[in-house]
Design a protein around this ligand. Structure first.
Ligand SMILES: [Zn+2]
Ligand SMILES: [Zn+2]
Length: 355
């Protein structure tokens, strides 16, 4: 591979390492950062919302001791003892967002607030049929053995982590796996930091993603739904049959808030004001990707696997399970729109453009 020909990419703000900087964004609304080490991400923002009872923390970092030590250090720097944390808001069911929630509940009895559909995919304590919405859900998008619905190589989960996940799944109480004590939905009102926030269900990045708006100040907790410089990953490992369709609708939902929006508080990167512009940009990115997929489909003269198609859709440096997963989500979007057909062969799904 000729890597010297590749142009170095600028470092995205979402990839910057966590600092111990604390920023007050509005009265009683503080941004802190916790360390994470995930593809393209170097920190997660933990927002701390203060009221007379104590604080609510939003997205308390990764599971594990190291992150919890950092969480306690940030609260100490603000002058908040751990026992003052009365609530945890988790924007969605990714580990960099729910990590400290179970331990905060166990140690100080904090309320865990998440969307009604919040579910860890490997957790047998959360039944898959908890929702009553008429969005078609597929059963098990991923298994601990890493197999994918399209037949490709899944995420390469190291043996030690896989074992830990199995242990967590068998003994959820012992390991402090977060179970929301309050499940909320579209239109619900939540008091946090002395403000009344309005909940918006924004599926796409995950099926249980939440954004929250404080209509008085125009602050929007945007989680991973709208990020400042990167487009959130749309996974084919979803409980929804067409996660991209859900994502487009969720982007429109935020754009429709229009001039109400003053400042987005993303889970990664710095808060930003051009929220509607960012939403349009992210939408355009996926529209362009769908167009490219139509072109690739027209160029192929035979049915192709998700991995074959991903090689043409993504750059060489982006290849891997995440690219395959996102390609699958886009292909399913076009298949459900009648533009592609699919068949199964030797355990692999193959797609062909409908001419
Ligand atoms: Zn996420
Ligand atoms: Zn995230």
């Amino acid at each position: 591979m000729n890597s010297s020909a590749e142009v170095p990419r600028p470092v995205r703000q979402e990839a910057l390492y966590a600092t111990d900087e604390i920023t007050e964004l509005a009265p009683g609304v503080l941004r802190t950062q916790l360390p994470i080490d995930l593809p393209g991400l170097g920190h997660v923002n933990m927002y701390v919302l203060e009221d007379e009872r104590g604080v609510t923390v939003v997205d308390p970092g990764m599971p594990g001791h190291e992150s919890f030590v950092a969480l306690k250090a940030r609260l100490r720097a603000i002058g908040v003892p751990l026992k003052r944390v009365h609530s945890v808001l988790v924007t969605h069911s990714h580990p960099d967002h729910y990590g400290g929630a179970g331990r905060l509940r166990k140690e100080v009895g904090a309320e865990i607030i998440a969307h009604r559909r919040f579910r860890l995919w490997w957790d047998p304590c959360e039944p898959p049929d908890i929702d009553v919405e008429d969005v078609p859900l597929v059963k098990s998008p991923m298994r601990v053995d890493g197999k994918t619905p399209w037949g490709g190589r899944g995420y390469d989960i190291p043996w030690s982590r896989r074992t830990r996940m199995r242990m967590h799944a068998r003994f959820p109480k012992v390991f402090g796996v977060p179970h929301p004590s309050r499940r909320i939905d579209e239109g619900d009102r939540v008091m946090m930091g002395g403000r009344e926030w309005l909940a918006y269900h924004t599926p796409g990045h995950t099926e249980d993603h939440l954004c929250l708006l404080d209509p008085d100040s125009g602050l929007l907790i945007s989680g991973d739904h709208v990020l400042p410089t990167i487009t959130p990953h749309i996974s084919g490992m979803s409980y929804a049959a067409d996660p991209l369709h859900g994502f487009f609708a969720s982007l429109d939902k935020v754009a429709d808030l229009g001039t109400q929006l003053k400042l987005a508080l993303p889970a990664h990167g710095a808060p930003f004001t051009n929220v509607v512009e960012r939403v349009e940009h992210i939408k355009l990115h996926h529209i362009e990707r769908l167009d490219k997929l139509r072109q690739i489909g027209a160029d192929f003269d035979r049915p192709a696997t998700v991995m074959d198609i991903a090689k043409h859709l993504f750059s060489a440096r982006a290849q891997g399970p995440m690219a395959d997963s996102e390609t699958f989500a886009h292909l399913e979007h076009l298949r459900l729109a009648g533009e592609f057909d699919r068949r199964e062969r030797d355990g692999y799904l193959e797609y062909v453009r409908v001419s």
